[in-house]
Write a protein that binds this ligand. Sequence first.
Ligand code: HEC
Ligand code: HEC
Length: 359
Amino acid sequence: MSDQRNEFDHDKEPFGFRTLVVSFPVFFFVVLVALILVIDRSAFSSLNAAIPSFDSESHQKHTNELKQLEERASWWHIPDLEALPEGKEKEYILYGQQLIIHTSRFLGPNGSVRKLSNGMNCQNCHLDAGTKIWGNNYGGVRATYPKLRARSGKIEDIPKRINDCIQRSLNGKALERNSREMRAIVAYIDFLGSKVPKDTIPRGTGIHKLSYLQRPADPMRGKLVYETHCASCHGTNGEGMPAANGFEYVNPPLWGDLSYNTGAGMYRLSRLAGYVKYNMPYGVRYPDFRLSDAECWDVAAFINSQPRPVMDISGDWPDISKKPVDHPFGPFIDGFSEQQHKYGPFGPIEQAARLVQKK
Ligand code: HEC
Ligand code: HEC
């Protein structure tokens, strides 16, 4: 009982020296913040007041430049397909979209139009019909093609780039440039990039670039990641799961005869690891992710150490100094082994390349 009273007394302690000492700095701080706010506001309003006296034309120009800068750095806004006026052009674009989503129904082993690819769909790697943030989307294609590509040493336009994926990622034969299908795919990709300023790439476009590991990526650790996070869908042998309709896959294959070949972009470790980060296990969406960067590198090392179709790429990279650090086939201009170019660590290779460039 007496204890309780004591506590009560303590709470009700009148304004004493201790309280004064404690509250003074708080009081001082509050006044300071208020002062800063007042000064800041008046500076802001005087700036506002000054704007009308600007030369309005140069002000407009300045605002436009800022806007452009902002746009360049901004995320990609996918244009609205539904908003397109009905007509031939829209039909074409929609057909192109179907070709991306269900490629194999049209062009696969049982394709209704031609039989020239391996049964995969473009969408297997270019997710949400090529519109997903960090899902290898097509947002920057129209704005950056035609362009000189170091892999071929030639200026490539969009149809050439599409055929690259058909011949490598879909391990198939080129689609005629003038075919209805090629023109429809190009129309769709063009449409997706129609709001993107020339020579810019919106944020979130393509594949996210992971930071390099200090060690080589490890296929053995990657096997464990695979068994834990991937095998349930892609199969213990990476064979995927065919859909009941026999045309495409519920879950596409990751290696073996029916997967992408050794000339494909995914056969570069950085592309595969970066793709996995914000997309796999299926359903993962930026900014969320399931796997650490190290797990992504390791699982990519495991997948790309498994057998797959071999492509003759002797014509690639005519200037070997332009090979990316993770291009897994020699000859190389530097002294690093094929093994290190395949699994890393890539940091030292990149550093050496920078030194050469400086000379
Ligand atoms: C096995 C996976 C895979 C499949 C399937 C695939 N691609 Fe690709 N595609 C890639 C990779 C990887 C890249 C390179 C991305 C990078 O380097 O950032 C790429 C790049 C591209 C690019 C260039 C993108 C750019 O911004 O430069 C186009 C266009 C393209 N693919 C179209 C297609 C089309 C059309 C299909 C279907 C006929 C297809 N791809 C199927 C993996 C695939
Ligand atoms: C829940 C099922 C599921 C799980 C788990 C899963 N995936 Fe996938 N994966 C898919 C589907 C479905 C696609 C194709 C997406 C599409 O077509 O829209 C795909 C596509 C891919 C592709 C590109 C296409 C190809 O076949 O080359 C890669 C690479 C890939 N997954 C790797 C992985 C890795 C690595 C893991 C484990 C970390 C994983 N996936 C876990 C369902 C899954």
